[in-house]
Design a protein around this ligand. Structure first.
Ligand code: PRX
Length: 634
């Protein structure tokens, strides 16, 4: 892989020249005066002085050459609805939405919280914020009141844009009680709430003076033309909250110019997209994959983006391939869990559709096991490319870049460091570089390339503390993932070094789940760990100490208490974080200094050896974990 190696080498050794070249892929109102300002490590400022706008790059700049081309194809198998927007239509809708938002007093630098299902209005809202220089913070529709409130408190939005509900597998998830409750408990609630009514909630109410109906407001802004607000490249475009080791999610702050350039470059070199082609990313706009590759990446690159609301197997397991065939999708992006779900179905569902337009399928978000990688590659007859990245990076960190060089795929490996990343595998013990096949922490020597998080929203110190202090004496970004590199330079990811778990590609913090469990009045203490699951990658499992043992005295009582705890998690955090089981114990394994022995609990729950237990306070706590797991351990 001489070609790619050389490409990567140049991106590190001639960093500024390399990125100055990539910067030509997007429009600048005013060019930058400095490609990189790294005078305050580890804070990197890209394209300093350059003026640009994400909405202009995603929409306006395509009007002349491709105004009539489809920009957004919306398909919902939940409602049976399909809607198509050309770039010209999208421009109109975004202007209307920007007019609506502006009329509610939102301007440059103000935050707008978007809590929406997978409907085009969510995309309009994101782009409208970008147009105004306002900062959006999209919260995944699967999160509940408490998660939403934590994000409101941190982002302090002026406005919330939401809907009456989302749909999943034919079931409506109503939002009203969640946003009302979140606003009620929030310390800095938004003054205004715009609600898009899908007709799902027959009891949808409205708070006078606070709530406005999306359609009604839109009808008053039909002819609005809202000029683009040019912003300096380093001004924030959005905040996206992500889980870490504490119960308090971190607001990943993204810049504007660096992000636009990084996405455009990735569309070209990694995803091999071309303007005019169609990309289909199966994520949700509430996650980083949705931000980068449903909304901004394809649109900035002049591609058509497919936005899909629904399951991969409904009405049948051929639905995604039908979408590919009907829309001549060339680039597709999905997750290993979806691949495992489809693997259980008849491969004939793929064969029914003409997927010859598809160049390749990218998967990310969680480890891709070899058998699934092999099965999917054979079933599709197309390259399936595993690539690895994080909310923090915004675009791939380990990948192959087929447009630069078609390096052979190794099953189970997300490939090589993406250009721009000076990636190292560092030993946890002494921060030394690992030898081939030696397990170590995946780290990046800063400056991080364009597109990566610029800081933690409102907390520069937390940014440095969290990500750059894992290796004493070395200013290095830690991904908090274990990895290895083989003799051929291929990398493999082996899971997180911290307490973050990955359930069906959804990143969750065990602390957040613990806090939600503890909201149940009878729970004194709880430990949540991620346990390997053949379909979803990991599942959260809870071990809880109750206050009143009489409430868990019999099998029936335990079952009812377990159900109550699960319902509490659904209400607090959202069903995405619901533990698969809640086991009741009288004691949790802790060290003498009171630290939870989480790795030992996880090992026992997976039927493995609990490891070093010299510091344990009371070893009988482990017996309770073993006993709880008894029926499940084979
Ligand atoms: O642990 C890694 C895992 O997902 C984490 C990042 O999750 P999130 O912030 O939601 O961003 C997802 C963006 C695709 C990583 O720290 N992860 C992501 N991709 C892979 C992966 N683990 C193994 N293989 C991957 N390809």
């Amino acid at each position: 892989m001489g070609t790619y190696k050389e490409f990567h080498r140049r991106s590190i050794e001639q960093r500024e020249e390399f990125w100055a070249e990539q910067a030509k892929l997007v429009d600048w109102q005013r060019p930058c005066r400095q490609v990189l300002d790294y005078s305050r490590p580890p804070f990197a400022k890209w394209f300093v002085g350059g003026q640009t706008n994400l909405c202009h790059n995603a929409v306006d700049r395509h009007l002349a050459a491709r105004g009539g081309q489809k920009a957004l194809i919306y398909i919902s198998t939940e409602t049976g609805q399909e809607r198509t927007y050309t770039f010209r239509d999208l421009h109109k809708e975004v202007n209307r939405c920007a007019g609506m938002i502006r009329s509610l007093g939102v301007g440059k630098g103000d935050r707008v919280l978007i809590y929406m299902p997978m409907i085009p209005e969510a995309v309009f809202a994101m782009l409208a914020c970008a147009r105004l220089g306002a900062i959006h913070s999209v919260v995944f529709g699967g999160f509940a009141a408490r998660s939403l409130a934590a994000r409101i408190d941190d982002a302090r939005p002026k406005l919330m844009i939401t809907a009456d509900g989302g749909l999943r597998g034919g079931r409506a998830i109503l939002y009203q009680s969640m946003f009302n409750e979140a606003i009620r408990v929030s310390k800095s609630p938004p003054a205004k709430v715009v609600v898009f009514n899908r007709g799902l909630d027959k009891e949808l109410g409205s708070v006078a003076g606070r709530d406005c109906d999306y359609e009604e407001l839109r009808s008053r802004h039909m002819d609005d033309e809202v000029p683009v607000t040019w912003v300096e490249s380093n001004e924030p475009s959005y905040i996206l909250y992500t889980s870490g080791t504490t119960g308090q999610p971190k607001g990943v702050q993204r810049d504007t110019g660096g992000y636009a350039v990084a996405l455009a470059a990735s569309m070209k070199h990694i995803y091999c997209g071309s303007p005019g082609e169609t990309m289909f990313t199966t994520s949700d706009i509430g996650w980083v994959v949705g931000h980068s590759y449903i909304v901004y990446g394809p649109l900035i690159y002049g591609m058509t983006s497919v936005m899909y609301e629904g399951l991969p197997i409904r009405p049948d397991a051929g639905i995604w391939w039908k979408i590919v065939a009907d829309n001549k999708v060339t680039v597709m992006f999905s997750s290993p869990t979806a691949a495992r779900v489809l693997k259980k179905q008849d491969p004939a569902f793929i064969k029914q559709h003409d997927i010859s337009s598809l160049k390749h399928l990218f998967l990310a978000g969680e480890p891709l096991d070899e058998p699934t990688h092999r099965w999917f590659t054979e079933a599709l007859g197309k390259p399936v490319i595993d690539h690895y990245w994080q909310t923090e990076t915004g675009w791939p960190l380990l990948t192959s870049a087929p447009a630069v060089e078609r390096t052979p795929v190794k099953l189970g490996s997300p490939g090589f460091p993406a250009y721009g990343y000076d990636l190292r595998l560092l030993r946890e013990s002494d921060a030394g570089e690992a030898k081939p096949n030696e397990k170590a922490v995946v780290a990046v020597v800063p400056p991080l390339p364009p597109g990566c998080m610029s800081t933690v929203w409102g907390d520069d110190e937390r940014f440095v503390e969290t990500y750059f202090t894992s290796f004493p004496g070395k200013l290095v970004y830690s991904t908090f993932d274990w990895g290895i590199r083989d003799e051929d330079g291929y990398h493999f990811i082996l899971g997180r070094t911290d307490d973050v778990i990955n359930v069906a590609g959804h990143r969750l913090g065990t602390r957040e789940i613990e806090e939600a469990v503890q909201a149940h009045p009878n729970i004194a203490e709880v430990a949540v760990v991620g346990v390997a699951d053949p379909l979803k990658g990991q599942l959260p499992l809870a071990f809880a100490v109750v206050k009143d043992v009489a409430k868990v005295a019999t099998q029936e009582l335990r079952a009812s208490q377990e159900k109550e705890v699960m319902d509490t998690v659904d209400r607090q955090l959202g069903a995405v974080g619901r533990p698969s089981r809640v086991h009741f114990v009288t004691l949790l394994p802790k060290t003498r200094s009171g630290k939870l022995l989480r790795r030992s609990i996880q090992a026992l729950a997976e039927g493995r050896d609990p490891g070093d237990l010299t510091t344990i306070e009371d070893a009988s706590a482990l017996d309770q974990i073993r006993a709880a797991m008894q029926p499940a351990v084979r």
